[in-house]
Design a protein around this ligand. Structure first.
Ligand code: XIL
Length: 467
């Protein structure tokens, strides 16, 4: 089985690979290549039945997507026909399809209050819930070990309306296990596949709901404080064209939220973007323009944050959007929320994404989710950096396995030292933090590396400085 690293190489090298294709078939223009050129990932939710039966659709997914999310196949109600059995057929199909085409997989989802099988409520209870959760995650994550780029480990755990302490959703999982279910899920996933990027996935972080945003941030902070292995926040991004003005009016809050998440050392992936067009008139031209404006305005916030490394749409073609069933238009016209129309033609929304991928800055190359997969001989683990461009500081943290004298310094892309944070200084075993005060005069916008050296061994982490 190719490892996650191999997948990443495929994704990255595919920037160059299809050039031959280009001259022959004009296929290089897929969004996956535009994204990969910036070390970002573009992809879409998909389903095994559509991949199996619709050839034009299948070809489109291969051309456009660097990552795919199973829209249904990895949910409990599809994988768990009974309390003691698993059905992997459709999930296997998606994972195999992805591997054959050098596409990454975003696994969705290991723990959610919805899509639970019918036997769940009569079988799972307070005394066996932990066992069920652990077994499920251990079984599913190990089956696909090394083949899933990122996992939505826990989905939608915050619900302020449920009025619990910390605003956690009063789900079955919460009722049975309390907040601890989240720790259990992440730790079980990390144990079963140490190389997967582990994601907490949420929605409704874009507008005026500060209580919700704060609850999410505080949850992430508690998880980090308990050293729960979490690597990224997934932001679903289910938008409505009607909310464009609201999005723009609150963009400063959304932007601040992204900065706060990044400051925790987490990556960010937009995981389920689409744009419900119910508020727009029937005219296709007007709808496509309105939807594309939403794509553009949303990207104007998220693409400018270096922590945002992926953008996944909830489907790629209007032909299969779930909004026709969950949010049908009053005039019964089919919704047009996705980058491609029902005949796989590119719409303005596709061009909005293309524009942003072409004009955003390159992200640092990421070969691992976090550096705790470094070779054993390395003394330093969990090296992370949370750039915070707003205050011109980058916060670097790492864990040292034994006391050591360390050098900590920042180099530019030519290897020139631009700052020294520690010079032959004795560090104790444990977690350490250092702040790099970025000098605006000597450090322009761009890529830098924070290096930590100890007796000849150096580990480094990229830092993007944004002005
Ligand atoms: C949705 C699917 O798209 C629908 O077809 C299904 O009926 C319900 O689930 N947030 C999530 C996704 O995390 O799994 C949901 O997907 C949409 C909301």
């Amino acid at each position: 089985m190719p490892s996650r690293r191999t997948f990443l190489k495929i994704a990255a090298s595919s920037v160059g690979l299809p050039i031959m294709y280009n001259s022959m078939h004009g296929q290089i223009s897929g969004l996956r290549y535009r994204a990969a050129a910036k070390n970002m990932i573009y992809g879409a939710a998909t389903s095994s039945s559509r991949l199996r039966t619709d050839t034009a659709y299948r070809t489109t997914i291969i051309q456009e997507c660097g990552i795919i999310t199973p829209e249904y196949e990895m949910k409990w109600d599809r994988m768990r026909p009974t309390a003691t059995t698993y059905n992997f057929t459709d999930a296997d199909y998606i994972v195999n399809f992805a591997r054959q085409h050098g596409i990454l997989v975003h696994g969705h989802t290991l723990c959610w209050h919805r899509a639970l099988p019918s036997w769940f409520d009569t079988t799972v209870n307070r005394s066996n819930a932990e066992q069920f959760l652990r077994n499920h995650i251990q079984t599913v994550v190990s089956r696909y070990r090394g083949q899933i780029y990122s996992w939505d480990v826990v989905n939608e755990a915050i619900e302020p309306r449920d009025a619990t302490p910390y605003h956690l959703r009063n789900s079955r999982w919460y009722q049975y296990l309390g907040e601890n279910y989240i720790d259990i899920a992440f730790r079980a996933a990390a144990a079963a596949d140490p190389s997967a990027l582990l994601v907490y996935n949420e929605y409704d972080v874009e507008f005026d709901d500060n209580i919700r945003r704060d609850a999410i941030l505080n949850l992430l902070r508690r998880l980090k404080a308990r050293r729960v292995p979490i690597h990224a926040l997934g932001i679903q991004g289910h938008m409505r064209a009607a909310d464009r003005a609201k999005l723009n009016a609150h963009a400063h809050l959304f932007r601040q939220f992204l900065n706060d998440v990044a400051a925790l050392g987490l990556q960010i992936i937009i995981t389920e973007f689409d744009c419900d067009d119910r508020s727009l008139p029937a005219s296709i031209q007007q709808r496509d323009a309105g939807v594309a404006q939403m794509y553009g305005d949303y990207c104007a916030v998220v693409m400018n944050n270096p922590a945002v490394v992926g953008f996944i749409t909830w489907g790629i073609t209007d032909k299969y959007t779930e909004l026709n069933s969950s949010a049908p238009r009053a005039d019964r016209e089919p919704q047009r929320p996705l980058p491609l129309d029902a005949t796989m033609q590119r719409k303005s929304a596709w061009y909005a994404l293309e524009w942003w991928f072409m004009n955003t800055f390159a992200r640092p190359q990421r070969t691992t989710a976090v550096t705790n997969t470094l070779p054993e001989h390395m003394l330093i683990s969990e090296l992370e950096c949370a750039p915070n461009p707003a205050i011109q500081q980058a916060r670097i943290s790492f864990h040292l396995n034994q006391p050591r004298y360390l050098h900590i310094y920042i180099v530019d892309v030519q290897g020139r030292i631009v700052a020294r944070l520690a010079h032959e200084e004795l560090f104790s075993q444990g977690l350490h933090r250092r702040v790099w005060d970025i000098d605006p005069l000597s450090c322009s916008q761009g890529l830098y590396y924070c290096c930590i050296s100890s007796s000849g061994n150096t580990v480094s982490i990229p830092i993007v400085v944004v002005r």
